[in-house]
Write a protein that binds this ligand. Structure first.
Ligand SMILES: NC(=O)c1ccc[n+]([C@@H]2O[C@H](COP(=O)([O-])OP(=O)(O)OC[C@H]3O[C@@H](n4cnc5c(N)ncnc54)[C@H](OP(=O)(O)O)[C@@H]3O)[C@@H](O)[C@H]2O)c1
Length: 280
């Protein structure tokens, strides 16, 4: 352990915890001493084997006892069951990554600790890419997350919920690339060329979107659509098929779920009527 560095505990060592710790330790940087819960054993040992600033506790209570700042990175389904038996200290800072738990819901589970933040990192933080959000913008936590991508500091909890809804489109993004690749493969182009080609096109567009965000994406859509050209036609077809409306409706559904106003069951197509409203 190093004098002066925060002791950061992590309860729940899975996909996002691994990405986060990897990003914080990238390039050999040491911004904290980490204490991981032993589960998932494989991930915890992989991380501990990689960086000397990372240790594994005997159990979840050991993580809490040995940390100044505790990151909660378990799934929402087990959060109550995992956190309820743990004994926190009043001066501890809690950073929850649990998507569907707001601060009010977390309070009784981490009492007597009262300093509670929520953060939404995404897997690219491992490479210090992409964006992550933090609410409220506690300087000590912001310092830990700074540089792991574009850190967006939020003053209202409603804002982190809305940003969180947008992060639910990661799977859809790759699903779109997969559909595009499938179509291209069906024209006979070999897989060895299809996926690198599609990946490179969308990667460049993502870079343009990031670099020119201030211009507005509507303007980029117009600039990339020559009047009477192929891009203009494709965008018109997709819009008239209800593509943009569908994206908004999907985000509304996810947003409801993030805010605890709907469950996964409510949003399943089988539980919605013909108008798309929830049954019952
Ligand atoms: N993945 C993302 O991109 C992302 C982004 C932002 C926020 N989040 C949030 O971060 C949280 C974790 O997501 P994830 O994708 O990293 O899920 P995950 O890969 O399933 O990680 C959760 C980890 O918690 C462990 N766990 C289960 N029960 C436990 C217990 N009793 N004590 C200690 N650890 C326990 C699991 O171990 P086992 O593998 O042994 O079950 C698993 O390693 C979720 O609340 C999610 O909403 C995820």
């Amino acid at each position: 352990m190093s004098v002066g560095l925060p002791r950061v505990g992590i309860v729940g060592v899975g996909t996002i915890a691994e990405a986060l710790v990897t990003g914080m330790c990238a390039g050999g940087e040491r911004r904290a001493d980490f204490l991981l819960s032993p589960r998932n054993t494989e991930v915890a040992h992989r991380l501990a084997g990689r960086h000397r600033s990372i240790a594994i506790a005997a159990d979840n209570q050991g993580v809490v006892d040995g940390s100044d700042i505790v990151f909660l990175a378990i799934r929402p389904q087990v959060a109550r069951q995992v956190l309820s038996p743990l004994i926190f200290r009043a001066e501890q800072r809690i950073v929850s990554l649990v998507a569907t738990f707001d601060v009010e819901r977390l309070k009784p589970l981490v009492a007597p600790a009262t300093t509670i933040a929520r953060a939404v990192p995404l897997p690219p933080v491992a490479d210090r890419l992409g964006a992550l959000t933090l609410y409220p913008p506690l300087p000590e936590i912001a310092a830990l997350l700074d540089g792991l991508g574009r850190l967006v500091l939020l003053d209202r909890e409603a804002d982190i919920d809305a940003c969180l809804a947008v992060t639910a489109l990661m799977g859809s993004y790759f699903g779109l690339l997969d559909s595009v690749s499938d179509w291209l493969s069906s024209r006979g182009l070999g897989d060895d060329r299809v996926r690198p080609y599609v990946g490179a096109i969308f990667n460049a567009l993502g870079a343009t979107a990031q670099a020119r965000a201030a211009d507005g994406f509507d303007r980029l859509a117009i600039e990339h659509s020559t009047p009477g050209g192929l891009n203009e036609q494709a965008w018109r077809e997709l819009k008239s098929a209800g593509w943009t409306g569908l994206v908004r409706e999907t985000l509304d559904l996810i947003h409801d779920r993030v805010r605890g106003q709907a469950t996964l069951d409510d949003t399943l197509p089988s539980n919605r009527n013909q108008n798309g409203d929830r049954r019952g």
